[in-house]
Design a protein around this ligand. Structure first.
Ligand code: SF4
Length: 499
């Protein structure tokens, strides 16, 4: 029974670090805790009964940050008997028992494969007044079988796979999240339908490598089929996905994107480097020509597609000439936005111990040049939209400036951020509603639309936002596969030797 001494329900807070996978996992952690009787602590509550850290291991100083945060909580816990601290996510999977050795005031450590055990571990730790550390080496159940408390009324994440069979040398995912596990198409579509039934308009299909979806049940075209099947779901207005991998990208996915009206013409495809030599040492098995070839096909099929990417600068061994090749690809690909990263060692990855680690100054200088090039291109791509009408799905708090300028914000179908003036509709437009408006100004990272909106559609997602209702999906367990091959014995997956 999860009640505080006073008889009121115990409160919880989840602190999330890292990528979308973690953000979605935190939605599951919240769903699980609420199912177990906990209630979310108010934002300003400095003494929740349970604090869960959902950690990330990708940054060099991720552990310092975690232990710093845990240190800050210690005096709070001392003053608040019964408070519990749990640490999960990638860093917990990596550091395991070390966490309670370094921070003995932590009550529970759980890994990426056993999120579902958290409520039981908290109870057991309370009962035994001793720390519980439980890390599994592989997934027992697909995490989407867990109840989920969704953070948005209008957009939802849906996992299609977890883990990754690739072996990119800068990435910790394969060792912490394990081999790719694909969820059955019927289960995915059931979850999408459940979200749409709750009023959600936009779904993002989530996997470390969505293009290899189907590898487990032997259908390399399963992802394109899944996109087309999403097209049959009435009420689903926008389908996105992240992340694709150029190595496994097949033409049928481009056709499915172009031919399925609710699939958005936006593609986030990590480039990482434009140099084939660096791609080789990164163990990413496509080459720049293949990457640009995919972009060419996407543009031929969808001239309005917005293509975004991730790029790492300063990978060990990267020469000036390698870096110039990255700039060349950036110029040719004409990205509408790029997430740029300075390479930093991620402990536990092969790249962390490679020769040729570059001095910070060199990396910084390249990084600044990259950003300047990217911004010049994204700005010129954005300027092409001035005068165009865009459909905006209104969001909550996309821009800090909005309050000052009186604008609202949201995303266009192609994923671009749009700040718009609500004009005479001010006060009527809610997060989750749909607005059409005309772009009047372009900046490198956003568009402005300062005229009167052309139309405003009230949606069920907007009603839910107004009423303060968040969608909840119970664990979606069953659901008959409607596309792809039925789940059979998993096909052998030997990692991506070619990478
Ligand atoms: S494709 Fe590479 S970078 Fe992406 S999750 Fe897999 S190993 Fe990591």
């Amino acid at each position: 029974m999860t009640t505080a001494a006073a008889g009121s329900p115990r409160t919880y807070q989840v602190r999330t670090y890292g990528c979308q996978m973690n953000v979605h996992d935190s939605e599951r952690i919240s769903g699980l805790l609420e199912q177990a009787g906990y209630v979310r602590a108010a934002e300003a509550d400095e003494q929740p009964d349970v604090v869960v850290f959902n950690t990330c291991a990708v940054r060099e100083n991720a552990d310092n940050r975690l232990y710093g945060n845990l240190g800050h909580l210690r005096p709070v816990k001392d003053k608040h008997p019964g408070m519990q601290i749990a640490v999960g996510g990638c860093l917990a999977q990596k550091d395991r028992g070390d966490i309670v050795r370094k921070a003995p005031w932590v009550d529970v450590v759980f890994g990426t494969h056993n999120i579902g055990s958290l409520p039981v571990l908290l109870e057991r730790a309370r009962h035994n007044t001793a720390a519980e550390v439980e890390i599994l080496e592989s997934l027992d159940v697909f995490p989407s079988t867990l109840p989920t408390r969704r953070e948005s009324t209008y957009a939802g994440w849906v996992s299609i796979s977890v883990g990754c069979n690739n072996t990119c040398t800068f990435c910790i995912v394969p060792s912490l999240r394990g081999k790719e596990k694909d969820r059955r198409p019927g289960d995915i579509l059931s979850e999408v339908r459940a979200l749409v039934d709750e009023g959600v308009l936009e779904v993002t299909l989530l996997g470390q490598n969505v293009n290899s979806y189907g590898v487990e049940f032997g259908d390399r075209y399963a992802f394109g089929k899944l996109l087309r099947a999403c097209g049959d779901i009435e009420g689903l207005e926008r389908v996105r996905f992240t992340s694709p991998h150029p190595k496994d990208f097949t033409d049928d996915v481009i056709a499915a994107m172009a031919e399925t009206p609710n699939v958005c013409h936006s593609l986030h495809m990590p480039l990482q480097s434009g140099s084939d030599d660096v791609l080789r040492t990164m163990r990413r098995s496509y080459r720049s020509e293949k990457y640009l070839g995919i972009i060419e096909k996407v543009r031929a099929a969808m001239p309005d597609a917005a293509i975004t990417t991730d790029i790492i600068v300063g990978f060990p061994g990267e020469t000036d000439a390698d870096f110039e090749k990255t700039l060349d690809v950036v110029r040719e690909a004409r990205f509408s936005s790029a997430f740029t990263f300075q390479y930093s060692k991620r402990p536990g990855t092969p790249a962390a111990t490679m020769d040729g680690q570059l001095p910070k100054q060199v990396v910084q200088e390249r990084y600044e040049r990259l950003i300047a090039t990217v911004e010049e291109i994204t700005w010129s791509e954005n300027r092409k939209l001035v005068g165009e009408t865009v459909e905006v799905l209104v969001a909550v708090g996309e821009g800090r400036k909005d309050e000052r300028t009186g604008r609202l914000s949201g995303r266009a179908r192609d994923g671009r951020l749009v700040h718009f003036d609500a004009g005479s509709l001010a006060g009527q437009i809610r997060p989750g509603d749909i607005v059409h408006t005309t772009v009047t100004y372009a900046a490198p990272h956003h568009l402005n639309a300062d005229g009167e909106p052309l139309s405003h559609r009230r949606t069920r997602a907007g009603d839910a936002a107004e009423a303060g209702r968040a969608p909840r999906t119970p664990g979606v367990l069953l659901g008959l596969p409607t596309i792809g091959a039925p789940a059979a014995a998993p096909a052998p997956t030997g990692g991506c030797a070619a990478n």
